[in-house]
Design a protein around this ligand. Structure first.
Ligand code: MG
Length: 263
């Protein structure tokens, strides 16, 4: 009798395994078919659905034209001339940008190779020469200014090209009479610096002020990307972005999970 039970168990287990091989489990969530996007020749080239903000030819995508365009496809900040903003406004984005701090090292701390990439013109990812140049850690290169230090310092030497790949989802703010009365959903940011993850899904606490603690101030659902003139002749090149969804929500489940015939 015992033997028969064991045999039955073995047969049942084998049959169950066989049955599994015949069908696969499906979630039943009605995902839309992901659109086809052609990648760039390298992962730093803009893909087919990117909005190119600077490709070395001109500053047409920007509100002011005072920075210098170089023959090598880069542009240089003209110190003291002020920052530049995109003409177009954006909310949640994937942003690629390359920069180089001045080859000739001058100044120290925040005074060396300082600029900044401002998402929505409010939230700064610090750009700084942090190669052998110590400052407060949440103010060093690739930090979310005065909110989060990068996990590692992966800066290249002064004058060498570096890259940021930034994933940013905009905040949702309840605004009354021009003031934020409720932060319905904060902004989040992930930063990859020179191919290395340095800030992971940081919950942004508000504007990245210099002189006061961070807090949200009223702004639109879309705002320009801006680049800072902090008095140093920084270089930038190859700037592009993709507009992305504001959240990671799934589409609705339209049917119960089910098993489909395996193919
Ligand atoms: Mg800065």
């Amino acid at each position: 009798m015992k033997r028969l039970t064991l045999l039955t168990l073995i047969v049942t287990a084998f049959a169950a395994q066989f049955a599994c091989a015949q069908s696969d489990w499906r979630s039943g969530i009605a995902w839309e078919e992901p659109p086809i996007v052609t990648p760039g020749k390298t992962d730093v080239d803009p893909p087919s659905d990117a909005i190119v903000l600077f490709d070395g030819k001109n500053l047409d995508a920007w509100d002011k034209q005072q920075w210098i365009i170089n023959d090598d496809g880069s542009m240089t900040v003209k110190p003291g001339s002020g920052g530049i903003k995109t003409k177009q406004k954006f909310g949640s984005v994937q942003l690629h940008i390359e920069f180089a701090t001045p080859e000739k090292v001058e100044g120290s701390g925040q005074g060396r190779g300082n600029s900044g990439v401002f998402l929505m013109d409010h939230y700064e990812v610090q750009v700084l020469d942090s190669y052998d140049n110590v400052t407060y850690f949440d103010g060093q290169c690739a930090g979310i200014y005065k909110q989060r230090a990068p996990m590692v310092n992966v800066c290249r030497k002064p004058g060498e090209w570096q890259s940021y790949d930034i994933i940013f989802t905009r905040p949702v703010l309840k605004i009354e009479d021009g003031k934020v009365v409720e932060v319905i959903r904060p902004a989040y940011i992930t930063v990859i610096h020179n191919g290395v993850l340095v800030v992971m899904n940081h919950e942004i606490e508000g504007d990245t002020f210099y002189h006061i603690p961070p807090h949200y101030v009223a702004h639109g659902e879309k705002e320009p990307i801006s680049l800072q003139d902090h008095g140093n002749p920084m270089k930038f090149r190859n700037i592009w972005l993709r507009e992305i969804p504001d959240t990671n929500e799934k589409p609705p489940r339209t049917r119960e999970p089910y098993y489909a015939d395996a193919k």
